[in-house]
Write a protein that binds this ligand. Structure first.
Ligand SMILES: Nc1ncnc2c1ncn2[C@@H]1O[C@H](COP(=O)(O)OP(=O)(O)O)[C@@H](O)[C@H]1O
Ligand SMILES: [Mg+2]
Length: 225
């Protein structure tokens, strides 16, 4: 399966989600390729730190690809792996379009506070364009850095639903899982780890990421070690 963590806004959690999904899919015994589609290279940096921390093996493969090559190379590499996870750069670019063009699933993280959702309308345009030739594309919106008080969360989810309805596409499903605004997600990345691997474990963060993983990868979720 090809999963792209996309959307044209930066700082919403695309890389955080991408590396967590890559590590969990690998922990479920899958051959995983994490494609870093962002020239800032955060997913590759994460992988390098992870390799160092684990004696050379991150548990998955990692390449950096840009622009239209995400599509061409992604399609060439896909048969060699069980799962491709693409970490997309947060702007409307050839790379964003190329990733969405080949993805089975696009995950669009969004933050509480309606301001952060404005990028979504343009993202929906890109997705609609891709659906013309990628008919089976499924699109999920993920509330990230959810607020402990639910008011802003609900407002944000309603905004996504409203945009979805106004645009007439109805094709974006807000995931039931959400990730809270937790230090564990921030500090894990800097160590090349995901929250399930941190000690002491933040059990709430672990439960959230496992829930997300089960929604995206229902068939392999139970196999995660
Ligand atoms: N659920 C979360 N809780 C706390 N911090 C988070 C969470 N998700 C992401 N972050 C932090 O927010 C910043 C942006 O996240 P990142 O995944 O790099 O976003 P993007 O790839 O969309 O630019 C990073 O510092 C990251 O550690
Ligand atoms: Mg990123």
């Amino acid at each position: 399966m090809i999963v792209a963590c996309g959307g044209i806004k930066g700082g919403v959690g695309k890389t955080t989600v991408a590396v967590h999904l890559a590590v969990l899919a690998a922990a479920a015994g899958r051959e995983v390729l994490l494609i870093d589609g962002d020239s800032q290279g955060s997913a590759s940096d994460f992988t390098a730190i992870r390799r160092e921390a684990r004696g050379g093996d991150a548990g998955y493969s990692n390449v950096q690809l840009f622009g239209a090559s995400i599509r061409a190379e992604g399609l060439r590499l896909a048969p060699k792996y069980d799962e491709l996870i693409i970490d997309v750069a947060g702007r409307d670019s050839a790379g964003q379009r190329a990733a969405i063009a080949i993805a089975d699933i696009v995950i669009l993280p969004f933050l509480p506070g309606s301001f952060d959702i404005w990028g979504l309308e343009r993202t929906i345009d890109i997705i609609e364009e891709a659906r013309a030739y990628n008919e089976n594309l499924r699109t999920f919106a993920l509330l990230n850095r959810a607020d402990p008080s639910d008011r802003d969360n609900i407002a944000a989810i309603n905004t996504v639903d409203a945009i979805n309805t106004i645009e007439g596409v109805g094709g974006i499903q807000v995931l039931r899982s959400r990730l809270g605004n937790r230090k564990a997600f921030r500090s894990a990345s800097g160590q090349g780890l995901i929250v399930t691997e941190m000690k002491p474990r933040d059990e709430k963060a672990v439960a959230e990421i496992r829930h997300l993983f089960s929604e995206i990868f229902p068939e392999i979720h139970a196999a995660v070690k």
